[in-house]
Write a protein that binds this ligand. Structure first.
Ligand SMILES: [Zn+2]
Length: 321
């Protein structure tokens, strides 16, 4: 494990009611990922909540990619997730906000019974959260700085989680939006009171690579969408495409994103001759905390509590002890 700095955190859940999950468990998009991550919603509602298996200890049973299950200290696990999910160069308050979101997400996930009985969470970013047991190789000479930096972010928030009405929230996050985040309803079809659209400061000027152009031939569009006869996109208040006429059908922006492998459902489309250019802004499903937005807010002086309150409005920061 990369994280040696944390002593036991005394994890005894203080009557937290882990709400039975709806269809809102989403993997986060990794900012440095080379390709868009799938974000098909978990379909069925989770099993009724049976209580965490953490009450008497401080460990998580983590399903690793090779099928082994490792017993990992909760804070060590959070360290491994922050290493894997957020660039270590980000501001300390953004890393702290990420640590709280990762801890909250993992404990709620553990309570869903998805990987029961053998494990509680897995290390697959397309299912639970990305996790690395070692410092990411791309840290290079910065490893001596970044390791302690992330350890400090985890330690500063040790045991802290976000709740609403006594239940752990579904602390989804994504790499970047622009202008506003997306409401849960736009992506997964049901409203979640703390996953509403909120402002977020990313622009193409302050986040390098926020915009991406993908060019498809008409044949590719026809193969992937069912028709190359595209109408004018209809946009939601938050900036994403809510509907795109495709032939005699209408696809949602999320459907177009998934079928074409676009970075986000916030796109424009133009046609030149036999090719279509899809220009996306942002990366990921767009719901909950924007990691790039959190970094910008942190650089403007916001603390992690402020960042979390902004992206998960109406929630409470609590310490499990
Ligand atoms: Zn999983």
């Amino acid at each position: 494990m990369g994280y040696k700095g944390s002593a036991a955190t005394g994890l005894v859940c203080l009557g937290l009611v882990f709400a039975a999950a709806g269809a809102f468990f989403r993997p986060a998009a990794r900012p440095q990922a080379a390709s868009p991550l799938p974000d098909t919603p978990r379909g069925a509602a989770a099993e009724p909540w049976q209580g965490p298996d953490l009450a008497s200890g401080q460990t998580l049973r983590l399903l690793l990619p090779d099928g082994q299950v490792a017993l990992v200290g909760l804070e060590d696990y959070v360290y491994g997730v922050v290493c894997a999910e957020m660039p270590a160069s980000f501001a300390p308050a953004a890393l702290e906000a990420q640590a709280v979101a990762a801890r909250t997400y993992a404990l709620r996930r553990a309570g869903s019974g998805l990987h029961a009985p053998a494990a509680q969470v897995c290390a697959d970013p397309a299912c639970c959260q990305a996790y690395t047991a070692q410092d990411p190789a791309n840290w290079g000479v910065m490893a001596a700085v970044y390791g302690p930096k992330i350890q400090a972010a985890v330690a500063a928030t040790a045991g802290e989680v976000l709740t609403q009405n006594g239940a752990l929230i579904d602390a989804v996050f994504h790499a970047s939006s622009s202008g506003a985040t997306a409401p849960a309803q736009a992506v997964w079809g049901a409203e979640v009171p703390y996953l509403v659209s909120v402002s977020t400061p990313e622009t193409v000027e302050n986040v390098p690579g926020l915009q991406e152009e993908r060019v498809f031939s008409a044949q590719e569009v026809e193969a992937l969408l069912g028709s190359a006869d595209l109408g004018e996109p209809v946009y939601s208040d938050w900036g994403g495409v809510s509907a795109l006429p495709v032939g005699d059908k209408t696809l949602s922006g999320q459907e177009v994103r998934q079928k074409l492998g676009l970075r986000s459902a916030r796109f424009r489309v133009s046609r030149t001759g036999d090719s279509f250019t899809f220009t996306t802004v942002g990366y990921g499903h767009g719901v909950g905390m924007s990691q790039q937005g959190a970094n910008l807010l942190a650089r403007e002086g916001a603390g992690y509590r402020e960042i979390l309150a902004h992206y998960y409005p109406g929630t409470t920061l609590e310490k499990i002890s």
